[in-house]
Ligand binder design. Structure first.
Ligand SMILES: CC(C)(COP(=O)(O)OP(=O)(O)OC[C@H]1O[C@@H](n2cnc3c(N)ncnc32)[C@H](O)[C@@H]1OP(=O)(O)O)[C@@H](O)C(=O)NCCC(=O)NCCS
Length: 376
């Protein structure tokens, strides 16, 4: 039996195909490199939920449908000031997403139409919650959504109160597009398992947020950036790398359970990280990441284990260049993956069966039950 279910196929899906040997990723048949460069986030959300790319009229109507769903929910507005300012943003997000289920009177209505509507709501409202927590923990009032801005630009606006430059908004949009779905990754699997018990979409995506929070999964983007900062501040990136290796510490943002070659999302996010660094006053960030990648690429330890930069490696630089605080990076990942989680919930709903694998019991059996006085 494979530890960690490695290599085990658990269900059919039409949503995304991850080709780990050749380094290719498709969303509903479209190559991620095409989508990352040519499509915007809302277009990809439509593709995932409805199975086709929208025409212009459909896209316009879809975007207009999402806008009124962005408002900060009253329950979240009440909860945010009660959290400790040093709570991790993913812990806050997990709690707020769960709370949304308590105020939706239709939470347990599992008709396809209702679950589709809930999916739209969750995707539309998530950036508002993430931005509102950033404002709240820094002692500022949340900023209301700007109806004239698309999803990515509006998020950055709610975070800072400033309409972002087009290039920065486009980079955020490309990031969100690239992270939407990825086969049966851990958080998606957790969401599907939860929904398959005939629970509800809020429970499913709360499980998703909680799972994404892990260092081996979504939080690697935060940890990768913190490593780049540490390497830069050490004054000698090469020495920093050798020290990490000598201490047998993992390099965050490197390695993947499925990809044994470079992660295809890096083809979109790597050049974007380079472009954003070059056009800022902080061009060294791309150089730091690139130097560490080169060192790992010449190190037989990484080469022999087929360990290459994953999506979190260069996306850490992209997110940093948008001005997001590092500990909010995983929330940006959740904003994107919410489309994936909810698409999987809808796919599970269409053909649901309880997900209940077997365990291989390895302990003893038929032991004599000793009276408590006879136990050591
Ligand atoms: C992603 C990850 C969890 C995949 O893990 P996995 O498939 O369970 O693989 P393992 O953790 O068993 O690692 C396999 C081997 O590679 C090594 N390895 C994996 N990732 C490594 C990294 N980033 N740095 C150093 N060594 C690493 C392990 O130590 C192990 O070595 P061993 O065979 O000598 O024991 C792992 O590569 C990792 O921790 N990466 C850093 C975190 C990260 O970027 N996560 C985001 C994933 S998108």
């Amino acid at each position: 039996m494979a530890a960690g279910l490695e290599g085990t196929t658990v269900a059919d899906t039409e949503l995304s195909k991850v080709d780990g040997q050749n380094g290719v990723l498709y969303y509903r048949g479209y190559n991620i490199v095409d989508l990352g460069v040519k499509a915007d986030f809302e277009e990809v959300a439509y593709l995932m939920w409805y199975g086709k790319l929208p025409n212009q009229a459909e896209l316009d109507a879809f975007k207009a449908e999402l806008v009124p769903l962005r408002a900060l929910p009253a329950i979240v507005a009440e909860m945010l000031p009660t959290f400790p300012a040093d709570a991790h943003p993913m812990a806050v997000l997990r709690t707020c997403v769960s709370a949304l289920g308590t105020v939706d009177p239709e939470a347990d209505n599992l008709s396809t139409e209702n679950v589709q509507q809930q999916a739209k709501y969750l995707v539309a409202v998530l950036p508002t919650i993430v931005a509102a927590w950033e404002r709240t923990r820094t002692g500022n009032a949340p900023i209301a959504p700007n109806d004239d801005l698309d999803h990515a630009a509006n998020f950055l606006y709610m975070l800072t109160g400033v309409v972002p430059d087009a290039a920065v908004a486009e980079a955020m949009d490309a990031y969100l597009t690239c992270l939407v779905d990825h086969g049966f990754n851990a958080s998606t699997f957790a969401s599907r398992v939860t929904f398959a018990t005939v629970s509800d979409i809020y429970s499913a995506v709360t499980a998703g947020v909680g799972t994404l929070k892990g260092n081996a999964h979504g939080r690697a983007n935060q940890l990768a950036m913190e490593q780049f900062i540490e390497a830069y501040e050490s004054g000698d990136v090469t020495q920093w790398y050798h020290d990490k290796r000598a201490n047998k510490e993992r390099i965050m943002g490197i390695g993947h359970r499925v990809y044994k070659v470079a992660d295809p999302r890096g083809k979109v996010l790597g050049p974007l990280a380079q472009k954003m660094s070059a056009s800022s006053s902080e061009s060294h960030w791309f150089d730091v990441a690139n130097t560490i990648e080169q060192l790992a690429g010449q190190d037989s330890y990484f080469v022999d284990r087929s360990l290459y930069p994953n999506v979190d490696y260069y996306s850490a630089i992209v997110l940093y260049m948008t001005g997001m605080p590092t500990d909010q990076f995983t929330c940006a990942f959740a904003m994107s993956r919410m489309v994936g989680w909810t698409s999987h919930v809808l796919e599970q709903l269409a053909n649901n069966r309880l997900i209940r694998p077997k365990a291989n019991y390895t302990g003893p059996i038929d032991l004599d039950f000793p009276a408590i006085a006879d136990r050591e």
